[in-house]
Design a protein around this ligand. Structure first.
Ligand code: GUN
Length: 298
């Protein structure tokens, strides 16, 4: 049986259309949501993410700017940029594109972002609130996965979810979101990683399998159970001379191989990727709405 394709592009377009209506209303009350991305160096993937973010902002009426610095930027200069953005009233969201050069203390930068403007949901304060089930911002990629499940009426409650990958931006927060005692969560979660014994057997238990370890096409058909729901968070560039640009984008799942065994599957591109941006915009509009309502933490 062929899987149903979970169309992240379509869902992200729906979310953006919903946001555009909210933005119109905010603008009528004199507030334009504003997002600043800080981009350091010239990592091609980061360039491409930031470009997509700026394009999406322009399309729905979010003011956006990109602050660029060379890979030689100092810790002090980055910190000063964040402090200034914290002060600015026209900016609702601050995003520091990772990875940063190795001489930069990334955690120190994240800690400086005001939690009310942390639309990436990476500040430890926000990670903590999310873990407690009282989030003010959810991290965009795991939030995007939760939203895809919700909009496809896939209820994780009582089901076995296996997440492959324990990153701070996907695996760990997604696991925390899925175990919350709340609707469209309540899952039984296992997180696998490079040290997991018998990873194949663990994956085969999954009703919902999430691949988020950054290894091209690692999940093969014999690693999923019949009828599994397969969510692919991977975005990998692999060499392909048939493509004009010399590479193609593949996920962490062998999509073709798993297609006939899964009940639902996300494609790459066009699955989770567009959802990350949709949720970033969602968080930015939420932050602007809070500004309109003079909302403050605590
Ligand atoms: N690098 C890869 N994904 C992300 C993301 O969602 N946010 C930021 N800030 N950097 C990233």
């Amino acid at each position: 049986m062929a899987a149903t394709i979970i169309d992240g592009k379509k869902i992200s377009d729906e979310i953006k259309a919903e946001l555009a209506i909210k933005i119109d209303k905010l603008k009528k009350s004199g507030i334009t949501p504003g997002l600043t991305a800080i981009l350091v160096g010239n990592n091609p993937a980061s360039e491409s993410y930031v470009k997509s973010k700026a394009k999406a902002c322009a399309k729905i009426g979010v003011y956006s700017e990109v602050i660029r610095r060379s890979a030689e930027v100092s810790q002090k200069e980055l910190e000063d940029i964040v402090k200034e953005l914290n002060r600015r009233h026209d900016i609702d969201g601050i995003l520091v594109q990772s990875p940063l050069p190795t001489h930069i203390d990334e955690l120190a930068i994240t800690l400086l972002i005001h939690p009310e403007k942390d639309v990436d949901g990476f500040h430890p304060y926000n990670v903590g609130l999310m873990l407690l089930g009282r989030p003010i911002f959810l991290s965009c990629t795991p939030y995007g996965v939760m939203e895809l499940l919700r909009r496809y009426n896939i209820d994780p409650s009582g089901r076995e979810v296996v997440i492959v990958g324990r990153s701070n931006i996907v695996g760990k927060p997604l696991g925390a979101m899925l175990i919350q005692k709340q609707k469209m969560a309540n899952a039984t979660v296992t997180i696998c990683h490079s040290q997991t014994a018998n990873i194949k057997e663990v994956c085969r238990r999954a009703d919902i399998l999430v691949a988020a370890m950054g290894r091209p096409q690692f999940i093969k058909a014999d690693m999923i159970k019949n009828g599994a729901i397969v969510i692919d968070v991977g975005i990998n560039r692999v060499e392909d001379q048939k493509e004009e640009r010399g590479y193609k984008i593949v996920g962490d799942v062998d999509y073709e191989g798993c297609f006939d065994r899964a009940s639902f599957i996300t494609p790459v591109p066009g699955g989770v990727g567009p959802m990350t941006i949709a949720m970033l915009l969602t968080n930015t509009v939420l932050s602007a709405t809070r500004r309109a309502n003079n909302w403050r933490i605590g």
